[in-house]
Design a protein around this ligand. Structure first.
Ligand code: SAH
Length: 465
């Protein structure tokens, strides 16, 4: 087999980026936009030593699990990698993905996993669930600035202002911003040369409050250039009716980082309010906040169940962001101690405790792998049973932190993960160092994408709960 060969392929699997995988003479080929159950004619585009890439030429027999994707740019946009797969099969795929990662990377036995793994919790209506979007902008062929999403693993802009995962009003907001930008002749940022101005448009919603935050990422900010943007949004009926916060994030670097360090507020506060259950949250533009609020409640309720609180425990909320998980369960805990690396998020977390009248929570700024041990070293009495919750970014926890946690020896550990592979790696360490799995509960936070969230409950070997 070599490049440019044409083969007929039975697609049997999905890769981590959502590609279909089929074997030709035992050799795996990755095919974009192919799904398990498809029989396809493909042409090989690249050969590696143990696998290759191929492009679909013709779908000979479509998979029975295919569904007509409602989005006009599905398959081209990099966001929803598996929108053409029925939602039921998406859930089955994620369930299996988590299981396989735990077995292959975590080294757990299949029976052991099957005994603790729960069916993935999906959404009844898996559309328009996201509360945050960051639209890249680019100059179109006609010279006008356009917004959309990047095609999978490229920086080629697919124009799309009505993403079906986002609230409908985003389309009106984008139109008003782009009309202003084009009217003023403000150029889109040019990645190749590092020139131009507008890089991204971020829109974030508080679903429970109806509040909207708009943040424009620019290479440099000149007040004169943007004079009148608030009036333009007002004329479009968007501000103050919907938009409560408008500002600029200055990102001068020639890299892919979206949010800059400097934030310039233009209208309203540099904050958005939302509510999960009966806890209110203030969220600054730089702070992390889960993107699917209805599944966020499912996730936090699960985490709270796993924490098994009776009112006396010390809950460690490591990687706490704006304090969401810890504050959500603070009323059932003796004390909450949060650790987070982004200063603005820590500030939000402290304010969030205050606005909810929560007095038994304190927050520390810094990397969890450094700060956790420092807090322990400083001494002090941590009352009641110890429960450690970790919710790290995709790269998972630093081993230094896992080591410190196991030496601290809490009764229970709750691991909230957005990457099953690093989760499996970290669970292997924890289970080799005194902990056992109690519950593994996947939650579909990112419907139509290949990503999956998982809550894992662990307890110290030999303990009752
Ligand atoms: N638990 C929060 C946030 C989870 S996202 C929530 O549910 O909303 C992960 C968070 O970890 C982000 O806020 C990120 O800023 C933070 N983070 C990343 N690396 C970190 C580290 N080494 N130590 C502490 N926090 C870190």
């Amino acid at each position: 087999m070599k490049k440019n060969d044409t083969v007929t392929l039975n697609i049997t699997d999905i890769g981590i980026h959502g590609e279909g995988i089929g074997k030709a003479a035992g050799f795996p080929l990755f095919v974009k936009n192919a799904l398990p159950g498809d029989v396809a004619e493909v042409v090989i585009t690249k050969m590696k030593r143990s696998y290759g890439y191929a492009k679909m030429l013709r779908l000979i027999e479509p998979s029975p699990d295919r569904t007509e994707p409602p989005c006009p740019v599905a398959g081209r946009c990099g966001g929803c990698q598996i929108q053409a797969l029925s939602y039921e099969k998406q859930l089955a795929f994620k369930q299996d993905l988590v299981r396989q990662r735990l077995i292959r990377i975590g080294g757990f036995g299949a029976e052991q996993i099957d005994a603790v793994m729960e069916p993935i919790r999906g959404m009844a209506e898996p559309w328009r669930y996201r509360n945050k979007a960051q639209y890249p902008v680019a100059a179109g062929d006609d010279g006008r600035v356009k917004a959309g999403f990047y095609a999978g693993r490229t920086h080629y802009l697919i124009e799309q202002t009505d993403c079906l995962l986002e609230p409908q009003i985003n389309q009106r907001i984008l139109k008003a911003v782009l009309d202003f930008v084009n009217g003023q002749g403000i150029p889109a940022y040019d990645e190749q040369n590092g020139t131009g101005i507008l890089r991204h448009i971020m829109i974030r919603h508080g679903f429970a409050t109806g509040e909207v935050m708009v943040c424009l990422m620019v290479r440099k900010y000149r007040e004169q250039m943007w004079k009148g943007i608030d009036t333009a949004l007002q004329k479009a009926g968007l501000l103050p009716a919907h938009i409560v916060s408008l500002g600029f994030s200055v990102q001068p670097e020639k890299n892919n980082v979206i949010m800059g360090k400097e934030y310039i507020p233009v209208y309203g506060e540099a904050c958005l309010n939302d509510r999960i259950g009966d806890v209110s949250f203030r969220i600054s533009p730089q702070s992390f906040y889960q993107v699917n609020p209805s599944q966020m409640k499912v996730l936090y309720d699960l985490a709270a169940q796993c924490a098994g609180l009776t009112g006396t425990e010390t809950v460690w909320d490591l990687y706490c962001g704006i304090g969401t998980i810890g504050l959500y369960m603070a009323r059932q805990a003796g004390e909450v101690i949060g650790v987070e690396v982004i200063p603005e998020a820590v500030e939000n977390a402290r304010q969030n405790a205050q606005i909810n009248g929560i007095t038994n929570a304190r927050f520390y700024e810094g990397a969890a792998e450094d700060v956790f041990e420092n807090i322990l070293a400083a001494g002090g009495a941590f009352s009641g049973e110890q429960v450690v919750i970790v919710d790290p970014p995709r790269k998972g926890c630093d081993e230094k932190l896992l080591d410190a946690i196991t030496r601290f020896s809490p009764s229970r550990i709750v691991y909230v993960s957005c990457d099953p592979a690093t989760l499996a790696r970290d669970l292997k360490f924890l289970c080799q160092n005194g902990y056992e799995l109690r519950r593994v509960a996947p939650v579909d936070q990112f419907c139509h994408s290949v990503h999956c969230e998982v809550v894992v409950s662990m307890s110290r070997v030999g303990s009752k709960q």
